[in-house]
Design a protein around this ligand. Structure first.
Ligand SMILES: [Zn+2]
Ligand SMILES: [Zn+2]
Length: 258
């Protein structure tokens, strides 16, 4: 399996997962043109995509979805409430392949495990994909990483974990109190310290790579995430056990082979 982070952050999210014969995207949160250009940087044509897995209907995850799916005739996978929310927002593609969160399904070479996450969307979903005995998990946009989430992500070979905000910086920035409350709530986003806790609980002997993403522009920084990573690896004697990287908004990252 190869994983390429097309981009990750509060203004756009898109990840490519590739096997020998299959390619899927998780989310399409950039314009169709941008996604096609960034895929081209990895030598991938949109016609190669076997499907787009949608996490939820927020614009940073679906901005280019309708155009990309309709233009290149790519199957879109979403649960029923997310599909309904996309129709309501006029962002729905012509067709959906509906699934139930918690029920696995197959796309190309991949077994896809969609599991629910607490977030202020209709029915937000995270995904684990397995192929040839390898597992990659993608967990962004969640307010709380409880035991069921750790269970689904546990011992993945690869994991992308949201590390959205630094709690102190969020309190200090000039944004309305209601928005700060929303971000920090149980259905908002993961703080750096929660993301580090999820990493410590989920990594196992198979884990090769952990990527932190969906980093807020104004209430976090690469440096803050990096220092939280360093401290956590040190405190838990995890140095050298796996690689850690930080994904950013405007520069694709990867490919990571597992
Ligand atoms: Zn998001
Ligand atoms: Zn969201």
């Amino acid at each position: 399996m190869e994983i390429m982070i097309i981009g990750s952050g509060s203004s756009g999210n898109c990840t490519l997962i590739k096997s020998n014969d299959s390619c899927v995207l998780i989310d399409a949160g950039f314009s169709c043109k941008q996604i096609v250009e960034r895929l081209d940087g990895f030598g991938i044509k949109p016609s190669q995509l076997d499907g787009i897995l949608v996490t939820h209907e927020h614009s940073d995850h679906i901005k280019g979805l309708r155009v990309l799916a309709n233009k290149y005739d790519i199957p879109v996978y979403a649960n029923m409430d997310t599909a309904e929310a996309l129709r309501y927002k006029n962002h729905a593609p012509e067709h959906f392949n509906l699934f139930m969160s918690g029920q696995k399904f197959i796309v190309g070479d991949f077994e896809v495990n969609p599991f629910p996450v607490p977030h202020d969307a209709a029915d937000a979903t995270a995904y684990s994909l397995t192929c040839n005995g390898k597992k990659a998990s993608f967990v962004t946009d969640l307010g709380l990483a409880g035991r069921m989430i750790v269970h689904h992500v546990k011992n993945s070979d690869f994991m992308l974990i949201e590390s959205n905000y630094d709690y102190k910086t969020l309190q200090e920035i000039n944004r309305p109190w209601s928005i700060k409350q929303r971000i920090a709530s149980r259905i908002g986003h993961l703080a750096n310290e929660d993301a580090m806790k999820l990493m410590v609980e989920a990594v196992g002997e198979n884990t090769q790579k952990v990527v932190f993403g969906h980093i807020s522009r104004d209430s976090n920084s690469i440096e803050k995430v990096q220092s939280a990573v360093n401290l956590t690896l040190e405190e838990n004697s995890l140095h050298g056990r796996f690689d850690v990287e930080i994904a950013v908004q405007n520069t694709p990252l990867g490919p990571f082979k597992i």
